[in-house]
Write a protein that binds this ligand. Structure first.
Ligand SMILES: NC(=O)c1ccc[n+]([C@@H]2O[C@H](COP(=O)([O-])OP(=O)(O)OC[C@H]3O[C@@H](n4cnc5c(N)ncnc54)[C@H](O)[C@@H]3O)[C@@H](O)[C@H]2O)c1
Length: 365
């Protein structure tokens, strides 16, 4: 039998998420980690040592502080970048230029609808596959909730909802992606939202401290999102970043996952619950394996394919535009804009009201 192809990978950004990705690629026999990059020499050296110590592969990984020359020289099959959100379009362009067949990168997709549209146009024109890391969905508690909803046990879904204590540039795309998954990725037709708190408008994960809004999906399902300092507590989850409640309500009950607190459901068969906590070590291996599956076979698109994440970016951008312009915003957006710049001019200069006393350590401004 023919040996399956091994895909050569370059990973740029050796921070927390870059190391997760690089380690997962290095541990999977369908991939060969050929290059790593970080502008921080110490981080790069530490990563190189750790990855070469962990890998049995001869030759080791090539390390460089220069993403462009490394990637254009190595011409990987898969280009992965895990930099902070200020760097998206330039690395999509580099990945395409290098000839990579798949580009894997981190949420949030982009910092504006204008950048997201430019990324989509570039990917579509080149025919390059892309995957965005909404990998929490691989958690057993997430999969359990999806299976309950898909089985029909909560009846006809009428509402999906997501709350998170962390601010939108970190958390909102997760909330929108998993609720869209629960709603079978029905397209969104309009959104309406409000926002408060300017502190995180100065962060590299740039967003208001708090945004809340509603989404109308084409299948009649209502999405309700509540993200940041004003979001309700999730007492079942002790870790601050994992205080996320993501679920669906239907004609016969509800089912929800809490990122750091397991899952719950009430259906006609009764009340049920189970454990679960987001776990990178559990989620990353299957997330990268499914990249190999998609590279092998166009008929096996990755569940975190760019199209899903782009749908979420349109919803996030629409919520921000509703804050800026008022009223409902029709989706898909007809043209791009820099929503963050507009929010900086629009969000009132009043300190955000926090739901949790513990949030004061994050929302200081
Ligand atoms: N999917 C998830 O569960 C999850 C969890 C945490 C963070 N994230 C996302 O992952 C991304 C990265 O976050 P992180 O926590 O790993 O950040 P980090 O700060 O730990 O790492 C980013 C790294 O990129 C490097 N870098 C910056 N510019 C570079 C350049 N031009 N070339 C090469 N390297 C460069 C930095 O030196 C740094 O080491 C963010 O978008 C964040 O939102 C996702």
């Amino acid at each position: 039998m023919k040996e399956p192809k091994t895909y050569r990978v370059v990973v740029v950004g050796m921070g927390k998420r870059g190391m997760h990705h690089a380690a997962a690629f290095a541990a999977n026999s369908r991939f060969e980690l050929v290059g790593i990059c970080d502008i921080d020499q110490k981080r790069l050296d530490d990563a190189e040592k750790r990855l070469n110590d962990a890998s049995a592969k001869p030759g080791g990984v090539r390390a460089s502080t220069k993403a462009e020359s490394l990637t254009l020289e190595l011409k990987p099959d898969l280009f992965c970048f895990c930099t902070l959100p200020n760097l998206r379009l330039p690395f999509i362009t580099l990945g395409i230029e290098s000839g990579a067949k798949l580009i894997a990168f981190e949420k949030p997709v982009a910092m504006s609808s204008a950048e997201g549209m430019a990324m989509k146009q570039a990917l579509d024109a080149a025919g390059t596959k892309a995957v965005v890391s909404h990998q929490h969905r691989y958690g057993e508690h997430y999969k359990k909730v999806k299976s309950i909803i898909a089985s029909g046990a909560i009846g006809q879904v009428h509402t999906v909802y997501g709350t998170a204590t962390g601010w939108a540039a970190h958390m909102l795309s997760h909330l929108v992606d998993y609720t869209s998954w629960f709603n079978d990725y029905a397209p969104a037709e309009w959104v309406m939202a409000q926002a408060a708190g300017r502190g995180k408008l100065a962060d590299l994960h740039t967003s208001p401290d708090y945004v809340a809004g509603v989404v109308h999906y084409a299948n009649g399902v209502r999405g309700v999102y509540d993200c940041g300092a004003g979001a309700p507590d999730v007492p079942e989850a002790s870790a601050w970043w994992r205080k996320c409640r993501i679920g669906a309500m239907g004609s016969a009950g509800y089912a929800e996952v809490q990122t750091g607190g397991g899952w719950r459901s009430v259906t006609k068969d009764g009340v049920a619950s189970g454990p679960g906590n987001m776990d990178y070590d559990h989620d990353m291996p299957v997330y990268v394996q499914e990249m190999a599956d998609w590279l092998d076979d166009d008929r096996r698109p990755h569940p975190c394919a760019f199209d899903h994440a782009y749908h979420g970016l349109q919803i996030m951008s629409g919520m921000y535009r509703s804050v800026v312009e008022g009223g409902q915003i029709a989706l898909p957006l007809a043209s791009g804009m820099d929503e963050i710049a507009a929010l900086k001019a629009r969000v009132p200069d009043r300190k955000v009201l926090m739901t949790l006393a513990d949030s004061a350590k994050e929302y200081k401004e």
